[in-house]
Design a protein around this ligand. Structure first.
Ligand code: GAR
Length: 198
């Protein structure tokens, strides 16, 4: 695909979803290209992965910086890189309302639960405690409320009798890696189509 949406990925840690997003171009011809990976954790493993994919990175610790000020730094970097859509991939920091407004429904997030169930942390443990038959993951558009906003894609995983939070998390993560690239691709494809039609 010639015309691609410029995506910035925000991470805080391991970066396995970033890897899946970056690797997708080996399997498909996505409507997106990742132009920058930014992190609030300079030692995040995902930054090493980004370099392996030749994606420019930006990192600065948020410690000691007010939330709105830190978000303004991230915002400036994303805009400098010509980002059009943001993909949160294990970005474990709440974004300020100013930042979210500034991106006008162009921020996606992946969350390891079947939203609207189990927002927040420890999703797998809580799903097990809740006696759920299914767990899973959701991709949603980010709004000001935590893990809220329209869900655009979901994948379900059946909970097994002997599951621990770790075994369940592993099986859900396999689904995350399939779901997120496909959902981001579809989102960007629609953006390009809407643009062409206007
Ligand atoms: C993923 O499971 C993602 O769904 C979750 O953090 C993990 C990051 O892993 N995100 C959240 O819980 C956001 N609320 P990764 O760094 O290997 O992609």
């Amino acid at each position: 695909m010639a015309d691609k949406v410029r995506v910035g990925v925000l991470i805080s840690g391991r970066g396995s979803n970033l890897e899946a997003l970056a690797d997708y171009k080996r399997k498909a011809d996505p409507a997106y290209e990742i132009v920058v990976v930014a992190s609030n954790v300079p030692e995040a493993r995902g930054l090493v992965l980004a370099k392996r994919f030749d994606i420019p990175t930006w990192a600065q610790s948020h410690k000691g910086v007010k939330r709105a000020e830190f978000d303004a730094l991230v915002d400036a970097e994303l805009r400098r890189s010509g980002v059009e859509v943001i993909a949160l991939a294990g970005y474990m920091r709440l974004l300020s309302p100013e930042f979210i407004h500034g991106w006008n429904h162009r921020i996606l997030n992946i969350h390891p639960s079947l939203l609207p169930d189990y927002k927040g942390l420890d999703t797998h443990q809580r799903a097990l405690m809740g006696g759920e038959e299914y767990a899973g993951c959701s991709v949603h558009v980010v709004t000001e409320e935590l893990d809220d906003g329209p869900v655009i894609a979901q994948a379900r995983v059946r909970v097994q009798a002997r599951d621990t939070a770790e075994t369940l998390a592993q099986r859900v993560l396999v689904e995350e890696h399939k779901l997120y690239p496909a959902a981001l691709d579809a989102f960007c494809r629609k953006l390009l189509a809407d643009r062409a039609a206007s």
